[in-house]
Design a protein around this ligand. Structure first.
Ligand code: NAI
Length: 244
């Protein structure tokens, strides 16, 4: 049975992707930064109820050394890694004039370096397998920019460049790499926004509703499926038609 590894999957979009890929028949390697993220949540039980195997691997994906150890542990546990979803991400918003160096560096480490770490270690396994799917979580903020998110939009734009580079480097070995760029999706990350910010966003969305985590999981499921075997290096916006 094929295995999917989803970073930052204790909650939010990552958890929805993990559950959807379990429904698609993948064994699931969950990840988050601490055990505590899995307390008071039943994501493992829900996944196991789909009749697939599931295990969690605690790791700070911004750490190169820990990422290497984690990928090795997943390969030993499941035998292969067929799908990698680089989903873990954080925000530390603030206008440029007030953004600290720490705010900037932290977002770069978690959102961007993690994609380097995991793509490198999992990519090596996929190249040897001569098959694999890497799916990265970018954002519309990386395509259009977003006031108050210089750090975040920098990482999401970088992810788009990284996606195309990995697609070019690994394509001849049967590995595809694509990105999804969500707009405004209802999760704990976006719950932090003010009502004013939320109303402003809504005004820009053609479909006049915020997205749901399952809107993202469905597209990721397609990119991981046989049907998407000839799709690589693409960025699919899932935004209800924001900023077209
Ligand atoms: P979330 O905050 O609900 O979930 C992110 C998960 O990543 C959390 O479980 C968190 O503990 C984990 N995480 C954070 N740092 C980590 C680290 N160093 N190592 C391992 N795990 C870590 O966020 P959400 O909304 O589910 O976002 C998921 C992805 O989708 C992120 O990459 C985000 O940038 C992206 N995205 C989200 C949008 C939204 O509207 N919610 C819009 C565009 C992109």
């Amino acid at each position: 049975m094929a295995t999917a590894f989803i970073t930052g999957s204790a909650r939010g979009i990552g958890a929805a992707i993990a559950l959807r890929l379990a429904k698609d028949g993948f064994n699931i390697a969950l990840n988050d930064i601490s055990e505590a993220m899995f307390e008071d949540n039943d994501i493992m039980e829900k996944i196991k109820a789909e009749g697939v195997e599931c295990e969690k691997f605690i790791c700070d994906v911004s750490s190169f050394a820990d990422s290497e150890k984690t990928v090795k542990a997943i390969k030993e546990r499941f035998g292969s890694i067929d799908v990698l979803v680089n989903n873990a991400g954080i925000t530390r918003d603030g206008l440029l004039a007030r953004m600290s160096e720490e705010q900037y560096d932290m977002v770069v480490a978690v959102n961007q370096k993690s994609v380097f770490n995991m793509s490198k270690f999992v990519g090596n396994i996929m190249m040897r397998q001569r098959s694999g799917r890497i799916i990265n979580l970018a954002s519309v903020a990386g395509v259009y920019g977003n006031a108050g998110q210089m750090n975040y939009s920098a990482t999401k734009a970088a992810i788009i460049g990284m996606t195309k580079t990995v697609a070019k480097e690994l394509g001849s070995r049967g590995v595809t790499c694509n990105a999804v760029a969500p707009g405004f999706i209802k999760t704990p990350m976006t719950d932090k926004l003010t009502e004013e910010q939320k109303n402003m966003m809504l005004g820009q969305i053609a479909m006049k509703r915020f997205g749901d985590v399952d809107d993202i999981a469905g597209v990721v499921s397609f990119l991981a499926s046989k049907d998407a075997g000839y799709v690589t290096g693409q960025v699919i916006e899932i935004s209800g038609g924001i900023m077209m």
